[in-house]
Design a protein around this ligand. Structure first.
Ligand code: SF4
Length: 626
């Protein structure tokens, strides 16, 4: 581990204890434990005391499939709750090749700096000349300055410097640790970038058995016709048409879950016209896109993506079906270092404010925020990143902006706990509804994606039935079986994040990456034997620890486990205007989920017995009152 104290300009190297790996597996799990230990209730997320923890997965840099992911953890300035943001690219393996699994950044530099990790040598360098630069320029200048184009850079753009509540950290100019304002925390530390070059090796405990397990997992994934062909051809954007058919594609700030002209923002269309695949380290799927606009008003735009979330956030949510404009918006967000989900949500929220007459001409500085106005969307993205004009208000996120705008704006700010909801209209999916309500960072998908609910192949349908315990578990509008399905997903996502394995392996191919091969790969790589039951127990343990962070803040589960008000209104695209999700239905699922987890069924607080079973006794004094 590298411990970096920016206030005192000190760097210390510490070993990763084997006991920590055994109990928390690595990456996300170890990050969660460190965050718990390093923080206290009520910490200001933008204060120097908020640690920013970069945790590579335990299998990062190895031959394990899709193992190039990294988790960044801190307290969120958007929600004032627990935050983890996960990101791919080649940054995490490079850090491992340099000899480090974790970087813990503490304090605040008195001027802009960047961290330069060159194998053994670690320096805090001046970054005043980089401050204000977009991410593409930052990446390029650092590589030129250090005379090595193989360096991998994680950095913020102007949005992070300006403490935009949804600023991201870009790991390379293509991949984003997006949500919850993780880039604002980096900006608050005056840390512009971390540059790393690693030339070492990774050793595993039992090379023969590890390679056998990793190769078997790779082959299994490659043999999965559905995920291999769909993900390689269309990336995450493969889901746009299906989501629209299911009534879960947000349209006009979630006023509806269906858009008529969907093909023009589909993965199929984007791949045909603009994009080709790219991938994170060690990936077998290659779900990433690289897109370039070659003609028309946005000619010259080039960027990673657009992903499903981009096409929804900058597209259907704003009633925009011009894929070239969406690619341009994608480029702006990546250059400025902004979470596309929240940035797009703010545009669609502002468009609805405009429709309702809550934001008028003088507020908007002449910007025409009519639905579908792509140029206005692009201008607003720039303005938010620089906090210019109306962009300053919107840069604080929809909870704060709606509170300031008033006149009922809170009712259509599609956020919960301060985080804008990702691009699934959960009125069409009860497992997503439950998963989003439970997610400790707010209503989004990267703690669990419940695609099993849609049972798109016979294999996945069988798994959904087994996990949920009910044939009805695959009926997306029924609450039956959903608590089990969500808990299963949460646990396997948690384990995957700890190992650095992309959760899309779980999402797209449930039966091929499973607790069994994850346990085998972990055990043979680390030399720490891990049974199937143990590894799932660790997954659950980490889910519980993350929840505990929020409970320590003095929040109660019933006020945490909520969804945006709009999700309880009828959706025009579903059941002809009848509400498909009610507070009662959500309450019923939550109660059943709490029971399943061994938590108090009324309060949702983990019981003392459960904490003991999970080896989390140290949490007890902080919130258990029984
Ligand atoms: S599936 Fe996509 S996000 Fe996951 S590791 Fe591969 S390229 Fe990266």
């Amino acid at each position: 581990m590298l411990w970096v104290d920016l206030t005192h300009e000190e760097v210390e190297k510490r070993p990763v204890e084997e006991a920590l790996l055994y109990e928390y597996l690595g990456g996300r799990g170890v990050n969660a434990k460190l965050l718990w230990e390093l923080t206290n209730k009520g910490l200001d997320p933008l204060s120097p005391e908020n640690p920013l923890i970069f945790g590579t997965g335990t299998l990062g840099g190895t031959f394990a499939p899709c193992s190039g992911r990294m988790t960044i953890t801190c307290k969120s300035p958007a929600t004032h709750l627990y935050l983890k943001a996960n990101v791919g690219s080649h940054f995490a393996p490079e850090l491992k090749f340099a000899g480090y699994d974790f970087i813990v950044v503490l304090g605040r530099a008195d001027h802009p700096v960047y961290l330069w990790i060159d194998d053994e040598k670690v320096e805090i360098r001046d970054a005043q000349h980089l401050w204000g630069m977009d991410t593409r320029m930052t990446d390029q200048l650092i590589k030129e300055e250090l005379a090595d184009d193989q360096i991998k850079v994680a950095m913020i753009g102007p949005a992070g410097e300006n403490l935009v509540n949804f600023a991201s950290i870009m790991a390379s100019i293509y991949r984003t640790a997006a949500r919850g304002g993780v880039g604002a925390v980096m900006g608050s530390k005056n840390l512009k970038a971390i540059a790393v070059r690693g030339t070492g090796d990774i050793s595993v405990a039992d090379p023969d058995q590890f390679m056998e397990a990793a190769l078997a997992a790779r082959r299994a994934l490659r043999e999965d016709e559905y995920c291999w062909t769909r993900s390689f051809k269309f990336g995450t954007a493969q889901g746009v048409i299906g989501s629209n058919e299911g009534g879960t594609l947000p349209h006009k700030n979630f006023q509806d879950g269906f858009i008529p002209d969907v093909y023009k923002i589909s993965g199929e269309y984007v791949s045909e016209k603009f994009a080709h695949p790219e991938a994170c380290s060690s990936c077998v799927f290659h779900c990433g896109r690289f897109a370039r606009v070659r003609s028309g008003p946005y000619k010259g735009a080039y960027t990673a993506g657009p992903e499903y979330e981009t096409l929804v956030s900058l597209g259907s949510k704003c009633d925009i079906t011009d894929a070239a404009a969406i690619i341009k918006g994608n480029e702006i967000c990546n250059l400025m270092g902004m979470d596309i989900v929240s940035a797009g949500s703010m545009v669609s929220f502002a468009m609805e404010c405009n429709e309702r007459g809550l934001l008028k001409g003088q507020d908007l500085g002449g910007l025409d925020l009519s639905w579908g106005n792509a140029d206005a969307m692009l201008s607003l993205l720039e303005m938010m990143s620089c906090r210019k004009g109306i962009g300053d208000l919107l840069a604080d996120g929809s909870r704060i902006a709606a509170g300031k705008i008033g006149h009922g704006a809170e009712s259509f700010a599609v956020q919960a706990n301060g985080l804008e909801q990702t691009g699934i209209d959960v009125r069409g999916s009860m497992s997503y509804a439950l998963a989003f309500a439970l997610n400790p960072r707010g209503p989004d998908h990267l703690t669990t994606e419940c695609l099993a609910e849609f049972a798109y192949t016979p294999e996945v349908r069988q798994l959904a039935i087994e996990v949920s315990g009910s044939e009805k578990g695959v009926d997306s509008l029924s609450p039956e079986g959903k608590p089990k399905l969500v808990a299963w997903h949460e646990d396997i996502y948690s384990v995957s994040d700890c190992l650095g394995i992309c959760v899309f392996t779980d999402t797209w191919s449930y039966t091929r990456i499973n607790f069994e091969n994850l346990a085998t790969m972990f055990g043979t790589a680390t030399g720490i034997p891990m049974s199937v039951d143990e590894i799932r127990n660790r997954g659950e343990k980490i889910v519980t620890l993350e929840r505990a962070f929020n409970l320590r803040e003095g929040r109660t589960c019933r006020d945490l486990d909520v969804l945006p008000p709009r999700m309880f209104e009828p959706s025009p695209s579903l059941k002809r205007g009848e509400a498909t999700l009610t507070q009662e239905k959500l309450g019923q699922m939550l109660e059943e989920y709490y029971k399943l987890r061994g938590w108090n069924t009324k309060t949702g607080v983990p019981t003392a017995k459960k904490l003991q079973d999970l080896g989390l006794n140290f949490l007890k004094e902080k919130f258990v009152r029984e």
